[in-house]
Design a protein around this ligand. Structure first.
Ligand code: SF4
Length: 307
């Protein structure tokens, strides 16, 4: 957090509460700009999980969705992990449940089960290793060439990783409804409005959308791509919250959201009011305990060790 001089009175109050309580605010790129502005760490799921594990704060306030706060709690059980809105969920994470994973395991007993971090603790507990969109390619490459892999719950990410690595990957048929809503027609329309623009897309998008992309990568990778490219205009195929950081980092470039559908209502549930209230009451606190935590943490730890 750098630009303290532009803070509103409420932002100043929240920063003071965080300092008084030895708290840190972790925020995902998809959250509201006024939250991104005052976050201690702004990042993608991988960076936020790493920070949750490494931080020596007593309290972690998570501006993100439920599975992120769960992961933070599993990695740092001694800390209080607050999710200011308990109903900020992830429809993608809800597309896999533990019983369905166990059933798939019986069908593919020789497969390694890789779960995207966008999954519940119960699902992580049934899987061998976690991944994020930043490290999925790298982690899958560490597995033996002939290894059968089940990658869940995002089918588009699984198909993308399979096409890049050539690995034997069985996709789970879940999707992020936000990225799935972006169609090839939307992208073609934007490209015709901005004929000189490049198109950068997140791997949660449909295959036919990724086929139109000049660059495919996680939110962090899209930020790096935007910094490095000489293109003056870039169409962005991921949730619109990232445009705040993109524009801040690259004031001389123009970023165009590929579709108004790229808006995650769950991520936007976290507001400054909700953060302030949560810091006052130290609720809602997210915990994961017992066997679920130890099994799910193994999958998270394997990911962090290989990242
Ligand atoms: Fe879940 Fe998609 Fe929202 Fe991310 S953008 S939190 S994957 S629904």
């Amino acid at each position: 957090m750098k630009e303290t001089f532009f803070m509103t009175p409420q932002q100043i109050k929240i920063r003071k509460m965080l300092a008084d309580k030895r708290g840190i605010l972790l925020a995902h790129y998809y959250t509201r700009p006024e939250i991104q502005e005052i976050a201690d760490v702004l990042g993608d799921s991988l960076v936020l999980a790493q920070q949750a594990a490494q931080s020596d704060a007593a309290i972690i306030v998570f501006a993100g969705v439920h599975f992120m706060a769960q992961s933070a709690s599993m990695l740092s059980p001694q800390k209080t992990v607050l999710l200011p809105c308990l109903d900020a969920g992830c429809p993608l994470a809800d597309m896999a449940d533990a019983e369905s994973v166990r059933k798939m395991r019986r069908t593919h007993p020789d497969a390694v089960f890789v779960t995207y971090i966008n999954s519940t603790a119960e699902v992580k507990a049934e899987c061998d290793i976690c991944c994020t969109s930043s490290n999925a390619l790298k982690l899958v490459q560490t597995l033996p060439p002939e290894q059968k892999i089940v990658l869940l719950p995002d089918g588009n990410l699984a198909r993308h990783v399979a096409s890049v690595t050539g690995k034997n990957i069985i996709p789970w048929e879940g999707c992020c409804p936000i990225h799935q809503a972006l169609t090839a027609e939307d992208v073609k329309a934007r490209k015709s409005d901005y004929p000189h623009a490049l198109f950068a897309a997140h791997p949660e998008c449909r295959p036919e959308v990724l086929a139109l992309a000049d660059f495919v990568g996680s939110t962090s990778a899209i930020l790096q791509f935007a910094r490095k490219t000489n293109a003056a205009e870039i169409i962005i195929g991921t949730e619109e919250g990232i445009l705040f950081e993109l524009t801040k980092n690259n004031p001389d470039k123009t970023f165009i959201s590929a579709s108004p559908a790229l808006f995650c209502a769950d991520m936007k549930k976290i507001t400054l009011d909700a953060i302030e209230q949560s810091l006052e009451t130290l609720q809602p606190a997210i915990t994961v305990s017992g066997d679920i935590r130890s099994a799910a943490k193994k999958a998270l730890d394997r990911m962090l060790a290989l990242s």
